[in-house]
Write a protein that binds this ligand. Structure first.
Ligand SMILES: C[S@@+](CC[C@H](N)C(=O)[O-])C[C@H]1O[C@@H](n2cnc3c(N)ncnc32)[C@H](O)[C@@H]1O
Length: 917
């Protein structure tokens, strides 16, 4: 092995190379200041970084490695201390001899990392492939930080009354910042114009107010009796609430000749929904209200593709002036007529390639991402009913006319565009509560023990999947949750917070660009800090195309660099792993890795030679890590530090990640030594175990340690140009990811009844650790393969014996194995004992022990029996059986000894013993 070359002290070392405020990030992500939740209310984007982590990453990347700075960084991250942030910003500007450092985020999303850089006063640049995300970045960290004081007064200062029966929307004091005041006025103006345009479609209630919301349902013709009936998933409209003596409300569908009627009643409904899972069945089916004929889900879907779905209003919710309660009633005939008057055919095209109503087709392979596409809805314009679509078409028209009037009033093109863009930003947020995916969200329960508010649900039930329901809610045109007024108000509050917290910031710059072809010169960037796409978790562009089609209609000539395009967003270079199995899909695992490597290669090109690359990443699937780290390696980077943070508290797609890792990287040194695998293996194991000791102290969960361990393993691996295996071949990354996992397991020093885990057979070690991590949960194939590899096992050999495979992934088998033999692992024997207990008590368990040729008091076996039952919930059938076996251990051991003796005698008589089957 070559000796490490002696190097001069590294003056380019930054805080991140040695220290990161992990505790402060963990503490802050749960607070309003650090979570970034409020900033999210400005614009909808997916998988956005918490502000605290973005701030920590930016500060630690730009600041020199000086322990004296740690206190200010901690305060800026933990509490959002603006004085500390100001001091650090001055220091950053002062210490870069070439002027303000340039910080680039090449996957900038809606710009949370660039916002933090912009707040420090550095040159902050964000690029993203998606024009929708790029717009989000501009709203958050460009327009919000510009000085607009030279702009003329806009013609919408006076706050309009929104319409009959409604109140004034906003009313900020004269002292509010210029941008805030003007955005408020523009939003109020757009809201008023839209209301004026659509109010004829929404008749007032008996007290002269607009209803709060409407419950709609899709109707289908019955295959047997041909009569149309609505598909209803729930008949509850409002749960009861004992505290306010509210009995709640529900409805019944009543067959009346060939027609159906709705009856609304106090209290729960006794009627079963027409679209539900039949008793004891898994999938949902539709039952005809008239003749009870059952239609399978496939038959129901086929009707969608045959264009047989029709929308019908089921119920209307008023919001009485004297109550906060939403009160449901049947729709009046004039309301049904008014809704049917919505006529989309009269709208003129916006230009030769943009129609008023989005006619862009939903691409194939999106049945899991845009669920309505699996039910025959073919275009983005079909995701709402005609009246809802009318409101969006009118909103686009209002934004466009307001923009023109702002230009006529002398506003600069940039200011008029910024104000129009803030108004357009309400569209995606309103879309989230305005399509067939928006369910009635009834808080509370049937028992009435909880508060029973009703709201319009979010169509993104799990972050990025656009849900679909046959019964859905349409918010009314005026006030209440989900309306323009309510969504605008939270957007304004988000903007206010951003303005307040960015004194001294410099506006960031955002361009739409692919990370594999950056529009910047070589060696011009001081730091690339970025949060690359999360492998297969989020289909960014497919999911945001719904936003895109509407934003494009509002802004195609206002921000032509982003929105003057034909069709949907360009996905040809999107770096994700796309689910959905569409024919010819290019976004595969290999594509992800190859493109990510190209993106990091571009980052390397634009970075100064001494620049830093910092990558934020989180995924529970080791294959995702392998791809990411492989891409970094291919691009010539080495990992120099890694810092786990507990940033994600909610499930985000397929895997629920609780930890993301901030990974410091540098360009690999030109001359790194060669090492042999035995030495690197040892170093990796020691480094990971040392890190685990710290993580244990910090309370990082075992499953999160597994993910975090990739960082230290890569730090060691990256120190060498080549790692040689005994056979002369070169060791690859995956060897060290598997070794990192083994080191975490070893560091956990699991003991079963005082017996170290290492003393058990390999399949049992594997199964015991798996149960600790995943219980009865499903695990992706990639993770399962890595878990096996860490015990030098092959997934193929575990499939069937220890694991079962389904569409959801791999799951640990806890049921009775098909047979046991002396070759069975201890874990399988323990499972057989549980099964035997349920079938034949002590005698049967003793037979299993004998068949497995185990000593009756085999301490390893009894330790696994105890461990399995401890890891399971108390009432679990397997746990109950094993607990009973433990209680009867003496009797079982005696019986097993007797069987053993008898077998020995038989063996002496030269009888052969067959395995128990
Ligand atoms: C994890 S997200 C970034 C989120 C961001 N940090 C935020 O807080 O909003 C990854 C981003 O990568 C973008 N992306 C995917 N492929 C890209 C490519 N080829 N070039 C640039 N951006 C791309 C996606 O549009 C998405 O916004």
């Amino acid at each position: 092995m070559n000796p490490a070359p002696s190097t001069p002290p590294d003056v380019t070392r930054r805080l991140i190379d040695r220290w990161f405020p992990c505790d402060a990030v963990d503490a802050a992500v749960g607070t309003p200041a650090g979570s970034g939740r409020s900033e999210k209310a400005l614009f909808t984007w997916f998988a956005s970084r918490p502000i605290a982590q973005a701030r920590a990453a930016v500060l630690c990347t730009l600041l020199p490695d000086d322990p004296a700075l740690q206190a200010d960084v901690d305060a800026a991250v933990r509490d959002g201390d603006t004085a500390a942030l100001g001091r650090l910003g001055d220091l950053v500007s002062a210490q870069y001899p070439t002027g303000r450092p340039v910080v680039l985020d090449v996957f900038s999303g809606r710009g949370i990392i660039p916002l933090e850089a912009a707040r420090l006063g550095v040159v902050s640049v964000g690029t993203d492939l998606s024009p929708v995300a790029t717009l989000g970045g501009r709203l958050l960290a460009d327009y919000a930080l510009r000085d607009w004081s030279d702009e003329p007064a806009i013609p919408f200062g006076a706050l309009p009354v929104a319409g009959e029966g409604t109140t004034v929307l906003f009313g900020d004091a004269e002292t509010a910042p210029r941008l805030l005041r003007d955005v408020e006025a523009v939003l109020a103006e757009v809201g008023a114009r839209v209301l004026d345009a659509v109010k004829a479609l929404y008749p007032l209630d008996d007290s002269g107010r607009f209803p709060w919301a409407y419950l709609w349902a899709v109707t289908i013709p019955c295959d047997q009796c041909r009569r149309r009936f609505p598909l209803i998933g729930t008949t509850t409209l409002r749960h009861p609430y004992k505290r306010t003596s509210d009995p709640g409300q529900s409805f019944q569908l009543v067959a009346d000749g060939d027609q159906w009627l709705v009856e609304i009643q106090d209290g729960p409904s006794t009627q079963a929904p027409t679209f539900a899972a039949a008793d004891g069945r898994k999938g949902k089916s539709a039952r005809c209200l008239f003749c009870a004929h059952v239609h399978t889900l496939e038959a129901v879907k086929a009707k969608g593709f045959a264009k047989q779905y029709e929308d019908a209003i089921i119920a209307v919710a008023d919001s009485p002036a004297d109550s906060t309660r939403k009160v449901w009633r049947t729709p009046r005939p004039d309301e049904i007529d008014a809704a049917e008057r919505a006529d989309l055919s009269s709208y003129a095209r916006l230009n030769d390639h943009i129609s008023a109503v989005p006619d862009e087709a939903i691409p194939p392979g999106n049945q899991d991402t845009i669920r309505a596409s699996g039910y025959g809805y073919g275009t983005y314009g079909e995701l709402m009913n005609a009246r809802q679509t009318t409101v969006f078409v009118e909103t686009v028209a209002a934004i466009r006319s307001v923009h023109n009037e702002l230009r006529d009033a002398g506003c600069t093109p940039d200011y008029a565009a910024a104000l129009a863009a803030y108004a357009a930003a309400i569209l995606p947020r309103k879309l989230r509560r305005a399509t067939r995916g928006a369910k009635l969200l009834s808080h509370g329960n049937a028992g009435g023990s909880q508060q029973n508010r009703v709201q319009v649900g979010d169509v993104f039930s799990n972050e990025s999947k656009h849900s679909f329901n046959f019964d859905y809610i349409e918010a009314g045109p005026a006030e209440g949750p989900g309306t323009w007024a309510s969504v605008s108000a939270s957007g304004i509050n988000a903007l206010r917070k951003i303005l307040e917290e960015s004194p001294g910031g410099r506006p960031g710059r955002f361009r739409q660009a692919s990370a594999v072809a950056l529009p910047f010169r070589d060696g011009t960037v001081d730091a690339v800090i970025t949060d690359p796409p999360y492998y297969n978790m989020i289909d960014y562009s497919d999911t945001s195309d719904l936003f895109h089609v509407w934003l494009k209609r509002a802004l195609f000539d206002v921000l032509p660099d982003l929105f003057d395009v034909e069709g949907l967003q360009d996905k040809s270079e999107e770096i994700i792993v796309k689910r959905g199995n569409a024919a010819g899909e290019h976004r595969t695992r290999d594509y992800y890795e190859a493109m990510l490597a190209r993106a990091f290669g571009e980052a390397r090109r634009v970075l100064r030679p001494d620049g830093h690359l910092v990558v934020v990443f989180g995924h529970s699937d080791p294959d995702a890590w392998l791809r990411l780290l492989g891409a970094l390696q291919t691009a010539g980077f080495v990992v120099t530090s890694s810092w786990p943070s507990r940033t994600e508290t909610a499930p985000t797609g397929v895997a629920s990640i609780k930890v993301t890792v901030t990974i410091g990287c540098r360009v690999a040194a030109a001359r790194r030594p060669v090492a042999v695998a035995a030495q690197v293996d040892r170093e990796v194991a020691e480094t990971v175990k040392a890190a685990c000791r710290e993580w244990d102290r910090d309370g990082l969960a075992l499953s999160d340690q597994l993910m975090a361990a990739h960082g230290p393993a890569m730090e060691v691996f990256g120190r060498y140009s080549t790692v040689l295996l005994p056979n002369g071949e070169t060791a690859t990354l995956d060897r060290y990811l598997a070794l990192a996992r083994t080191a975490v397991r070893d560091a956990a020093a699991l003991r079963l009844d005082e017996l170290p885990l290492e003393t058990f057979d390999a399949p049992t070690r594997f199964a015991v650790f798996w149960q600790r991590l995943n219980g009865r949960g499903d695990v992706t194939k990639g993770e399962a393969r890595f878990a096996a590899q860490s015990d030098n096992l092959r997934l193929e050999d575990l499939r069937g014996t220890l694991l079962t495979e389904s569409r959801a992934g791999f799951k640990l088998r806890l049921d009775e194995p098909e047979y046991v033999s002396p070759r069975s692992s201890t874990f399988e024997v323990a499972r057989a004992m549980a099964g035997a207990w349920n079938n034949g008590g002590t005698e049967a368990v003793a037979q299993v022990i004998a068949a497995a040729d185990r000593a009756p008091n085999d301490e390893h076996l009894w330790a696994v029996v105890a461990d399995i039952s401890r890891q399971l919930p108390a009432g679990d059938k397997v746990a109950l059986a094993l607990t009973a076996a433990i209680r009867n251990a003496n009797a079982i051991s005696n019986l097993a000894s007797r069987i053993e003796d008898a077998n020995r005698e038989l063996t002496l008589l030269d009888m052969t013993k067959e395995p128990t089957r």
